[in-house]
Write a protein that binds this ligand. Structure first.
Ligand SMILES: [Zn+2]
Length: 487
């Protein structure tokens, strides 16, 4: 299903058209970019750079003089005083939790899941999820995210409608749990479905959406956590993902409490259990993967699933997996590790700040400034994220033939100056608030820090009304900890 007119065939192949005189023609050229961080295979960083775009793809990347000489276009954008990067991938964001910001402070893993988020989720309506997903899309785009992976909720069609209208790319899913009882506690009954129902609705999601919206939407198979999924569900979802050459995703090993719940329930650690079921390979995505036993490290190094590090959620709730995690070591062993902001409950939905938290968090935990250099953090947020979502041949870097997803940062902002090293500034000093323009497949989706395709002010009005509705439904005194008197 698609609501947009596909680009013409010649454009989708990325081929350059020529004028009768042999001059090459582009739809758009961005020229005189101060610094371009390409993340291409040779990791070129180009000064006074330009990019040419045709049919939604990069057709030339190089020096301004060369591209302005060789390409003709009706539209030239001045890139002076900007730093241009590939569009970022947020590998893990619950769009349906955007309306839960401030509702899960000072909660350990058990409290976070069973006292805060599962009750919130069980009470969420389709309208709540729609508004939450609109808010998530705005925040992601404004911070330079052009593609994200959602682990799924109970109203996936509302999320698809909201996100696709914004111009973003998304890997979507529907939420699957088929075991009410985990060692840790009971899930709300309305979140539990039969194995057959979970497999059927996932299959339907693939049929309806995979590759829709001109390929901006892809579908993954998702079970939300290892302890609450049966062997049959996990194996069945992997078969569905494989049939569609897509991703199987789940949360795994995010705190010692979930690790202990798994070993108590199955006598196997989470990664061990997944290995015993034969579902680990390069198209499996394990979110968090922080609390690992030694034999699990060996399995991950051998099977090479994508791991998603989400530093802000670990730091906010004290899960400890920056302290104990092995993401830098696993990257050195060739495992694809990407970055995710997880949810608004831990405050940030800003992939630029996640880069900093990851790079600095691991330095502090290892007491070693050489761990996790900024280049690794940028790879995690760009090409590694694209690979994890199965989009590595289409996005994640600025190179000829790829779809034109890119971000223009305002290098006149004080946090970007002085600008000796753009990769250092991007990771250690910039925030997503210095993103000025964002393009997805050559279409401008953020202009001057505001989204272009949906009405930001109208969404904010809806957010206010939805927050009132949610507050009237939940016992806010129990879940909002404001220790100072409110008058
Ligand atoms: Zn999550």
């Amino acid at each position: 299903m698609s609501t947009e007119t596909p680009a013409p065939d010649h454009a989708l192949r990325g081929g350059a058209s020529s004028s009768p005189t042999g001059e090459r023609i582009a739809d758009l050229v961005i020229a005189h970019i101060d610094w371009l961080i390409s993340v291409d295979p040779s990791r070129r960083v180009i000064r006074d750079a330009a990019i040419a775009i045709r049919g939604g793809r990069f057709v030339a990347v190089g020096k301004s003089d060369d591209i302005l000489r060789d390409w003709r276009t009706d539209q030239v954008v001045d890139g002076a005083r900007t730093v241009v990067t590939p569009g970022f991938t947020d590998s893990h964001l619950h769009a349906s939790f955007q309306m839960a910001r401030g509702l899960a402070d000072e909660a350990n893993a058990h409290s976070f899941l069973y006292e805060r988020m599962y009750p919130f989720e069980a009470a969420s309506t389709e309208d709540d999820v729609y508004v939450s997903s609109q808010l998530a899309a705005i925040e992601l785009l404004r911070h330079g995210v052009t593609s994200f992976v959602d682990p799924g909720n109970y109203h996936p069609h509302a999320t698809v409608r909201a996100v696709m209208a914004s111009g973003l790319r998304m890997t979507t899913a529907t939420s699957c749990f088929d075991k009410t009882k985990a060692v840790a506690n009971l899930l709300p009954a309305r979140m539990i479905e039969t194995t057959e129902a979970c497999l059927q609705k996932t299959g339907e999601l693939f049929e309806r959406y995979n590759g829709a919206y001109d390929g901006r939407l892809t579908v993954s198979a998702s079970f939300r956590g290892v302890p609450n999924a049966s062997d049959e569900l996990i194996v069945g979802l992997k078969a569905l993902a494989d049939r569609h050459r897509s991703v199987l995703q789940t949360h795994a090993c995010f705190s010692y409490q979930t690790r202990d719940a798994s070993t108590a329930g199955s006598n196997m650690a989470e990664v061990e259990r997944l290995e015993s079921l034969g579902v680990l390979d390069h198209r499996t995505m394990l979110v968090h993967a922080g609390w690992l036993e030694p034999q699990e490290i060996e399995i991950l190094a051998r099977r090479k699933p994508t791991l998603v590090c989400s530093p802000s959620s670990s730091l906010h709730n004290g899960y400890g997996y920056i302290n104990i995690g092995m993401h830098p070591e696993l990257m050195a062993l060739g495992v694809n590790v990407s970055l995710g902001s997880d949810h608004a409950c831990s405050g940030l939905v800003d992939i630029v700040q996640e880069m900093r938290l990851c790079a600095c968090g691991y330095k502090e935990a290892r007491a070693n400034p050489r761990v996790m250099p900024p280049e690794h953090a940028v790879e995690m947020a760009t090409i590694n994220g694209a690979r994890g979502a199965g989009l590595g041949d289409r996005t994640g870097s600025i190179e000829v033939g790829k779809e034109a997803d890119f971000v223009m940062f305002d290098a006149t902002a004080s946090e970007w100056q002085p600008l000796y090293n753009p990769v250092s500034n991007l990771v250690y000093s910039a925030t997503g608030n210095t993103v000025r323009h964002v393009y997805i497949a050559g279409r401008q989706v953020v202009r001057d820090s505001r989204v272009t395709l949906i009405d930001q002010d109208e969404v904010m009005r809806e957010v206010g009304l939805t927050a009132e509705r949610i507050a009237s439904r939940l016992d806010m005194k129990k879940i909002v900890t404001l220790r100072w008197p409110v008058e």
